[in-house]
Write a protein that binds this ligand. Structure first.
Ligand code: NAP
Length: 214
């Protein structure tokens, strides 16, 4: 897929590298594309363009900027008709006022109808490397657009996530941001266990012999 990632920070860079390695065509959209701080990114073969230009040429756009920049980013994205927008941001450090989540703000401030929240609830390290020995982390998403969810699922699986769980519609955006905060707290809170961890759902197969309820 032709993908633009907006916000060349930690998450944006991890997404760009992971999706590039998975064979997708990735361009980065930044507010200051000529900046020397993007040299390392360019060295990995990823071009940094002004946000409107990156957005225009992409079929899928992933937002990974600071939450306080949501309105500026929305304006810079231009016409998103026919495109899928995946929001990887969280309102943890700041909010896209007056909205509770960055994804609700993007729904209000862009004309995109195919929006999904995904890739927001794990550390950027896991986006780059979802494998943990012989198992891989799971990914979670929410949104009202089946088209956008189909795209997010394909990309997450291409990146190496094991399962992609659809937790519901746009009413679950806040829950997904809280889930991200839970990850941050578990990683870096008072009793934090460090960032080398991710969420995986384990399920009991009651149809298998010997595991059913007696
Ligand atoms: N860190 C994580 O592990 C993680 C994981 C999942 C989700 N998230 C979420 O992802 C988002 C980004 O986090 P991050 O850790 O990648 O942050 P970061 O490294 O600080 O990067 C933030 C990016 O936002 C861009 N930006 C800031 N203001 C902008 C504006 N007005 N217009 C356009 N771009 C602007 C910055 O661009 P410049 O380079 O031009 O400054 C920078 O590239 C946050 O919402 C965060 O909650 C973070």
């Amino acid at each position: 897929m032709d993908i633009a990632i907006i916000g060349p920070g930690r998450v944006g860079t991890a997404l760009a590298q992971a999706l590039g390695m998975a064979g997708h065509s990735v361009t980065m959209g930044g507010r200051d594309p000529g900046a020397t701080r993007y040299v390392d990114l360019r060295d990995t073969g990823i071009d940094v363009l002004p946000i409107p230009m990156a957005s225009r040429k992409a079929e899928v756009i992933i937002t990974a900027a600071s939450p306080a920049a949501t309105q500026a980013v929305s304006a810079a994205l231009g016409n998103l008709e026919g495109k899928v927008l995946i929001d990887a941001m969280n309102s943890i450090m700041a909010r896209a006022e007056p909205y509770a989540t960055t994804t609700e703000a993007l729904m209000a401030w862009t004309n995109c109808t195919d929006i999904v929240k995904c890739f927001n609830c794990t550390g950027f390290e896991n986006i780059l490397e979802p494998g943990f020995g012989h198992v891989s982390a799971d990914m979670f998403m929410a949104g009202d657009s089946e088209k956008a969810k189909d795209v997010a699922r394909i990309l997450a699986l291409d990146m190496g996530f094991s399962e992609v769980y659809d937790i519901g519609g746009s009413s679950k955006f806040q829950l997904l941001e809280q889930f991200a905060l839970f990850w941050v707290t578990l990683a870096q809170g008072k009793n934090g266990i460090g960032r080398d961890m991710a969420f995986k759902v384990i399920r009991r197969d009651r149809t298998s012999e010997g595991t059913g309820a007696e």
